[in-house]
Ligand binder design. Sequence first.
Ligand code: ZN
Length: 122
Amino acid sequence: MSSAKAPRTRDIGIRYPGLKPPETVCNDKKCPWHGSVRVRGTLLVGKVVKAKMQRTVVVEREYVVWIPKYMRYERRRSKIHAHNPPCINAKEGDIVLIGETRPLAKSVAFVVLGVLKRAGEG
Ligand SMILES: [Zn+2]
């Protein structure tokens, strides 16, 4: 009968270069490492452009689309809301890996899995 057990860092089954489990433990239910959300679907890499919400960040991603008529690539960008658990605590400017989950809020269906590069590093 251990209903209120302390969260432990789980193996989320995702291997990605530069991705390490967080060093601290949190008790956020929506944390992929310590909570109950499961990551499935897409993995994306982007840059945190806004970290002003509580436990949510805006991640911007730039990608190219081939336009056959002009035989050229077009640059596009998109912004994705992602849950930012306290054990990861991504800040503006960080390059993060985000994974798709179930909808966590009206506009949030991704969660930050880890920071690949902190802002201002290298
Ligand atoms: Zn956590």
